[in-house]
Design a protein around this ligand. Structure first.
Ligand SMILES: [Mn+2]
Length: 437
């Protein structure tokens, strides 16, 4: 058995100014080219606004990149959809992408489930998609050899792909009553590590002389999070170090954190990040897809920047400057109207502000989506135009506020209650019962 692992990695990070230039080196003979993306969150809303137009533009752009750069396989590392029961429109976007990819005739697709996806929903069309050369792994498959895909085919093996989706609590540990947070943390991390080791062992048994690439949808410690990621294991207990992945893996293609980031050691561990900024906290991010060129003795890793289709802008103004600043503001150029989160400093909260700001910006080429007020004698207050952004993405925040309101502040008591709450939440989400809008 030999599973290659390559020490020499080249990470090239491109800046936004280079968008739309040809970024990838021409593909060499015997290079297997994987495009890694994740966290599409099809069906996602910002406040009550659809992100569908941005997703359409992204998927068009992606098809162009795949076509122009000879991509052999696309890997989506979880959170294809934003909810466990996605809308018909969100599903249509996904299946249209699959059919366009199939029509190219040159590119395979591997899809793994994320914490937002329902394994059953993602797996439902699994057999029909297999006929289109698409491999879907909504939930963890057992035994471990069933997680492996030999690409492009068993007859012509170039890569072994270990398809590991988001690992649910029940996939990796058995819960016992009376467990403390530390016991849960240890069991989760060990269970996750075991899953990757089992996958590596199964790949070794194939006796193929090709590199092993694995996927994952989890939190790697030290990663930079954003507001739009829902915590995935009870109280963040399932966070792992980048060293958890077996060194025989050439690359670990991750989803969950929405900011592109990675760790470069013997194994390349990388988050592709989400293709569009999903919340205002991502307004400064440079979104990209991750392309891996895998040759016999090396892996080259390139980030290909995604054009910004709709800028999300955070603007902070003092009370006295609002009128002039809104008048003068030149939004970044983009195909779609920019959306702005406006913070007004040193001013008390007033209900009429929404109307005032709206009338100031009615004819402007941007749209104020959210207004926040800060003043010295008040906590920051938000004036949502509809309902707060991503409220249902943050049930834990709401639960913590309830604890606070009820005077529950003792750390141990808080932790126990939070663990219980997250268990219930996870069960509901797994059953597809939470349909956050
Ligand atoms: Mn996500």
């Amino acid at each position: 058995m030999r599973i290659n692992s390559f020490p020499s990695l080249q990470i090239a990070v491109y800046t936004r100014s280079m968008i739309n230039e040809v970024l990838l080196q021409p593909k060499k003979n015997l290079t297997y080219r994987i495009l890694h993306t994740a966290d599409w969150h099809l069906g996602k809303l910002l406040g009550d606004q659809s992100r569908d137009e941005e997703h359409i533009l992204f998927l068009d752009w992606l098809i162009g990149i795949i076509q122009d750069h000879g991509i052999d396989c696309v890997v989506i590392a979880g959170d294809v959809f934003d909810t466990a029961s996605p809308s018909n429109l969100a599903q249509q976007r996904y299946f249209t992408f699959v059919s366009r990819l199939f029509a190219l005739g040159t590119c395979q697709l591997v899809v793994t489930g994320g914490n937002h996806d329902s394994p059953a929903q993602l797996d439902a069309p699994r057999n029909v998609l297999k006929a289109l050369n698409v491999h879907v792994f909504g939930g963890l498959t057992d035994p471990p050899e069933n997680r492996l895909v030999v690409l492009p085919s068993v007859e012509n093996p170039r890569i072994i792909l270990g398809a590991i989706p988001f690992l649910r609590d029940r996939d990796v540990r058995t819960s016992r009553s009376g467990e403390q947070a530390d016991d849960i943390r240890k069991a989760l991390v060990e269970g996750i590590a075991r899953c990757y080791r089992d996958t590596r062992d199964a790949a070794g048994k194939l006796n193929l002389d090709c590199p092993l690439v694995v996927t994952g949808h989890l939190t790697v410690m030290g990663g930079q999070a954003c507001d739009s990621e829902r915590e995935i294991h009870i109280g963040g207990l399932g966070s792992v170090g980048p060293d958890i992945f077996p060194p025989e893996c050439s690359a670990v293609l991750l989803g969950h954190l929405h900011r592109p980031q990675g760790w470069q050691g013997k194994t390349l561990v990388r988050y592709s990040g989400s293709p569009i900024p999903l919340s205002f906290s991502e307004s400064g991010d440079h979104k990209s897809v991750h392309v891996l060129d895998i040759q016999e003795d090396r892996v080259d890793s390139t980030l290909v920047p995604i054009p910004l289709f709709r800028p999300l802008v955070r603007m902070t103004l003092s009370a006295g400057q609002i009128e002039q600043e809104l008048e003068d503001f030149q939004p970044p150029e983009a195909p779609l109207e920019p959306w702005v989160e406006l913070t007004i400093q040193n001013t008390p909260f007033r209900e009429q502000m929404v109307q005032e700001v709206q009338s100031l910006t009615e004819t402007k080429p941007y749209r104020i989506m959210k207004i926040l007020c800060h003043s010295t004698d008040q906590e920051p207050r938000s004036i949502p135009q509809s309902y707060p952004e991503d409220l249902m993405d943050k049930p834990l925040d709401i639960f913590l506020r309830v604890l606070d309101k009820n005077g529950i502040t003792h750390p141990q008591e808080m932790e126990q209650l939070t663990i219980g709450f997250q268990k219930v939440l996870e069960l509901i989400q797994q059953e597809g019962g939470v349909n956050e809008q």
